[in-house]
Design a binder for this molecule. Structure first.
Ligand code: ADP
Ligand code: MG
Length: 349
């Protein structure tokens, strides 16, 4: 539905592999001090001085992780970078470079890859990271994107998943569930479009959640804010799969339990109204819907005064002894065990 038939379509074989790489990367500029050499040699050269280096990779496959019938390629490029930077920020580190591995079939013209790179380039610019290399190859089916992000941090500032202690506060940035509900809206419009290709969907009431799905923003600002507030989280993770499974990761790594309070979970009003419309429980969406790329972290009780009332973060619970387990405390004050899928509705205590 996003394809414009009047657009130019330059076949990739006209450029060849090296012509394509040159074309896609011709406007790349380097700004990071740690980048000694970027694209153009056999490998990039980096110098992080006395800092620790952070590395993370994500692989995205068409039909599994993204659907190009409603995902514009520019957004896909941007989002693919966000997913990676989010992992670097979850270490409380600064993202500095990315590499991009790309496999495409001849179904994609040059113009499509230009769009993809426009999104990748924009993300690099906004988040101040250098694109320093990659690999390009053909695929027999769809598109594959693998991005590796690098970052730096002083050893003392790195936050792992395993540092949470009983009584630490559990905090989440922004709000959750939006990306999942945005996906529900897009999937519905896609189904409507299949039946009647002449319909023009009005997505304006859903703009917030559709944007959460198509153009998520990694929370670099939260890492900077925590630094400014002089709060070092005891443990941190980014929310790619859903609040519930990320909480369980923190609990397992840190060997603690947790009480998550249902009435504290931050939900945007658009998420609540979309949940009503789709007849889905908003707590289930918050716990199980993924791709919000918010940060979930724990802080010592002593730091409460520093984060209290900050509109960018919400205290949603606290950690407990491991033996107490991980629970959702409902609005009705029932304690229900958390599971990776949300919660176990059959097992009430
Ligand atoms: P090699 O044959 O050594 O793998 P390539 O010819 O694949 O080198 O790549 C040449 C240069 O272009 C390298 O610096 C590589 O990192 C970079 N590069 C290749 N593909 C991409 C891409 N999709 N995005 C950004 N840089 C790329
Ligand atoms: Mg190569």
């Amino acid at each position: 539905m996003l394809e414009d038939k009047n657009q130019e379509r330059t076949a990739l074989e006209q450029l060849g592999e090296f012509g394509l790489i040159d074309h896609l990367t011709q406007h790349i500029s380097l700004t990071q001090k740690s980048t000694v050499r970027g694209i153009g040699d056999d490998a990039a050269v980096l110098d992080f001085n006395n800092k620790k280096t952070i590395v993370t990779t994500d692989l995205l496959i068409e039909g599994v992780h993204f659907d190009l019938s409603y995902m514009p390629l520019k957004h896909l490029g941007y989002k693919a970078v966000m997913a990676n930077l989010s992992d670097v920020y979850a270490m409380n580190a600064t993202a500095t470079q990315i590499t991009v591995g790309l496999a495409v079939s001849n179904r994609f013209p040059l113009e499509a890859l230009e769009e993809l790179y426009a999104g990748i380039g924009l993300a690099c610019k906004v988040f101040n990271v250098d694109l320093i290399g990659g690999d390009t190859t053909s695929s027999t089916t769809g598109m594959l994107i693998s991005i590796t992000a690098l970052g730096e941090a002083d050893e003392a500032n790195i936050v792992y998943r395993d540092g949470a202690k009983p009584n630490d506060l559990l905090v989440v940035s922004g709000d959750v569930g939006g990306a999942y509900m945005g996906l529900q809206v897009l999937e519905r419009e896609k189904a409507v479009f299949k039946v009647n290709p002449n319909t023009q969907p009005d997505l304006s009431p859903y703009s917030y959640i559709v944007e959460r799905q198509l153009k998520p923003e990694a929370r670099k600002d939260i890492v900077e804010l925590l630094k400014k507030l002089e709060v070092k989280p005891t443990a941190m993770i980014d929310i790619s799969d859903g609040l519930s499974s990320e909480i369980l990761h923190l609990c397992k790594s840190s060997k603690v339990g947790c009480n998550l309070f249902e009435d504290k979970i931050p939900l945007d009003p658009t998420v609540i109204s979309a949940c009503e419309e789709f007849k889905i429980d908003s707590t289930l969406v918050a716990l199980s819907g993924g791709e919000d790329y918010e940060l979930l972290f724990t802080v010592a009780q002593d730091d409460f005064e520093k984060i209290k009332g900050n509109p960018n973060m919400t205290v949603i619970g606290h950690m407990t002894e491991e033996s107490e387990g991980a629970h959702l405390v409902t609005r009705g004050n029932a304690k229900i065990p958390l599971t990776a899928q949300g919660w176990n509705s059959f097992e009430k205590e």
